[in-house]
Design a protein around this ligand. Structure first.
Ligand code: GAL
Length: 693
């Protein structure tokens, strides 16, 4: 199976989406000159080129792309060639209205933007397959081709009649009979019983709360329907070029796609990530997306397919990245395992809906401050490539995340709409990030034995297999910390007897879970040592020890945090400092160590490939103690007296003095990670997450 390494060949790819069809061909020559200047090694072409490649049904215009591919090759720039199927040409909707998606009110989404296709439409699929076939046949042998990029950010949803038929086929495969579907969906409630398959429709607009199991299955179906589209195109390109890796770019931590399932179908896992430059925790968000994507890639290298060099154009107010932030976030991605740092897009458009979105080469041209920073990043990545490309990142703490749990948790009639699953996950990841731990993400059914500590911020829905996996992990000596509203429902969204799975309650030492007590909007509850937010629970401890109790409100005196041995339950969302202290304590007991002790606030440290990356996300200069003798490979200077001075947004990439480029201490390349049995020389728990997929 081809991999990212086949495209990188020991380098870190650097480049971005390139849309030369928006420009006269004279501009292409300037693009080549400036790409070379900036150290661009890879561009993604053809993402939105369908109307250019197929101006009318069945007609092909490849001439411009032939010239472009030749030009890229002549300048040593690799092409990540996209199938153009994310944006069908207007003729398709005009001739075949059935290819257009409909929303849950039955309204058509028209052409004039992008992504106006229904994943279930056989006509769309046939045209998509045909253009993909011809594209793959034409460029299979082209020397510029390094990777296939299928479609773009698969994200359409559709509620049309064709989708209804497809949904029924999916449900028939899942349940076999309508009776089984009725049972799984609990349709005895509100007279929802289906008497035949023809009555089952996508969950369209309805008078009141809809059936949550129906909504959950529709999310599962939609992810699977889009995945079928991906697979169809992947199989076509792979047939022509079995040696060329295939990817599709994920939106980051996005609800519409079960990215664990998708990642397993890709050769390269790639993501588009756009932290808000205004967000003081943008660096933590970038870290989270990196950890999640790397984990989807099985712990190995992954790809930033898109980021912004400066401002985006889709927030209410779009501020550019201040000097240094683009570089900081790019090097952070590399520190956390990326072997490709790419952007949307190379040259800023002059027309169209994204002309105010930044690019590597902005309107101001090659003398722009942003382009200077891009050039610097290109040069530094060229330097780091031979040291880190292909290496892995060690993580001994895992955060559990599952799309199905998210889908279940965010149903319409839930206890609190104040609780947003991604925010809860982000809060837990933040606590670990601030405590200096490098984290991986894992699915609750993955092999967890390689981690010293596993946290489940919120897994509302857990299958039996997942529950058993968590119990086995904790009983096998792992430290498990569960957040509120975990283990509530089974895989069909049926509430477990007692309101929480009995096996989990036994593991955590919880006697009775009397009630969930979500907090009023903005409300807090005092607890021993911290302030709780969002949620509280009326719990009775069984054989657990009470670590912290509620101190005010209706639950005063009742347990807030419980532990039974190495299994912890946190029944509220502690404030950031409180959660950091709690998880820091559990991690320390589990033997998980921060990368560096005593990091100043806002400073991140990560080890990759025998190098130590130290990144200052703060807006003020800091001094960081780095015990040992180090040399900064970017600044090409030694660290004096074990103290590293970092300006705002500054990054140091340190190599231990005396360590050869090949890393005498072992560089973590694929070959030297512990085996899947997770044995480490110390005590049987692996340092390197080898069990992420
Ligand atoms: C992504 C998309 C790109 C571009 C970018 C702007 O979602 O894949 O084509 O639109 O956003 O931020």
């Amino acid at each position: 199976m081809p991999s990212l390494g086949d495209a990188t060949r020991g380098r870190i790819l650097f480049g971005g989406d390139y849309n030369p069809e928006q420009w006269p061909e004279e501009t292409w020559a300037e693009d080549m000159r400036l790409m070379e200047d900036a150290g661009v090694t890879s561009v993604t072409v053809g993402v939105f080129s369908w109307a250019r490649l197929e101006p009318r049904p069945g007609v092909r215009d490849f001439g411009w792309l032939d010239r472009l591919m030749d030009l890229l090759h002549a300048h040593g720039v690799g092409a990540v060639l996209a199938t153009p199927t994310a944006s069908p040409p207007p003729w398709m909707g005009a001739r075949h209205p059935g290819t257009l998606p409909r929303d849950e009110d039955g309204r058509t989404l028209w052409w004039g933007s992008r992504q106006q296709f229904c994943a279930s439409s056989p006509v769309y699929r046939a045209y998509a397959a045909a253009v993909t076939e011809d594209l793959a046949a034409r460029y299979a042998g082209h020397p510029a081709l390094t990777m296939w990029h299928v479609n773009n950010e698969y994200c359409t949803h559709c509620w049309c009649d064709e989708t209804a038929r497809h949904f029924r086929r999916w449900l028939t495969a899942r349940y076999g009979t309508v009776d089984a579907l009725n049972e799984a969906w609990g349709t005895a409630f509100w007279a929802q019983r289906y008497d035949g398959w023809d009555e089952v429709i996508p969950p369209r607009r309805a008078p009141y709360l809809r059936n949550p199991a129906h909504l959950l299955d529709f999310r599962r179906f939609t992810s699977d329907a889009l995945l079928e589209c991906f697979r169809a195109e992947r199989d076509i390109v792979a047939r022509h070029t079995p040696h060329i890796p295939v990817t599709t770019n994920f939106m980051p931590f996005w609800q519409g796609q079960d990215a664990w399932a998708w990642a397993a179908e890709e050769d390269v896992v790639s993501v588009d990530v756009y932290p808000d430059p205004q967000d003081p925790l943008g660096g933590q968000y970038n870290a989270l997306i990196a950890d999640m994507t790397r984990s989807q890639a099985g712990g190995g290298p992954w790809m930033v397919m898109e980021q912004a060099a400066g401002a985006v154009n889709w927030r209410p107010v779009n501020r550019p990245k201040p000097p240094g932030l683009n570089r900081l976030l790019s090097l952070q991605a590399v520190a956390r395992g990326a072997d490709a740092v790419c952007y949307f897009q190379w040259r800023q458009s002059r027309q169209g809906a994204e002309k105010f979105h930044s690019a590597m080469l902005p309107h101001a041209g090659e003398h722009a401050r942003g382009f200077r920073e891009v050039r610097r990043i290109g040069a530094e990545l060229a330097l780091l490539g031979p040291e880190v490309a292909g290496t892995r990142v060690a993580a001994d703490v895992a955060v559990l995340h599952d799309w199905h749990a998210w889908w279940g948790a965010e149903q319409e009639g839930r206890p609190s709409r104040e609780v947003a699953y991604p925010e809860v996950v982000r809060a837990w990841h933040r606590a670990l990030w601030e405590a200096g731990h490098t984290t991986a993400f894992a699915h609750p059914e993955h092999d967890l034995s390689g981690y010293r500590m596993v946290v489940a911020p919120q897994l509302y829905l857990l299958t039996d297999a997942a529950v058993e996996n968590l119990v086995a992990y904790a009983e096998g000596g792992g430290t498990l910390v569960c957040g509120f509203w975990t283990g509530v429902a089974d895989g069909d969204d049926r509430v477990r007897p007692g309101g929480m799975d009995g096996r989990l309650r036994a593991l955590l030492g919880i006697g009775t879970l009397h009630e969930w007590w979500p907090l009023a909007p903005g409300g807090t509850v005092a607890c021993d040592g911290f302030t709780g937010t969002l949620w509280s629970e009326e719990l009775e401890a069984g054989d657990a020890r009470v670590v912290a109790a509620y101190r005010d409100g209706d639950l005063a005196g009742l347990p807030a945090v419980l532990r039974r041995g190495r299994a912890w339950y946190v029944s509220t969302l502690p404030d950031p400092e409180g959660l950091r202290a709690l998880l820091g304590r559990a991690a320390a007991e589990a033997g998980a160590r921060p990368v560096l002790d005593g990091l100043p606030a806002g400073v991140e440290a990560v080890r990759r490939g025998g190098l130590l990356f130290v990144l200052n996300h703060g807006r003020e200069p800091v001094e960081v103690a780095v015990p040992g003798a180090y040399r900064d490979v970017l600044a090409q200077a030694p660290v004096v007296d074990g103290v590293l001075a970092l300006e705002r947004y500054e990054v140091a990439v340190l190599r231990e003095a005396g360590a050869g480029r090949d890393g005498a201490e072992g560089d973590g390349r694929h070959g030297d990670r512990p085996g899947r049995d997770g044995r480490s020389p110390r005590d049987g728990r692996a340092d390197v997450a080898g069990a992420e997929r």
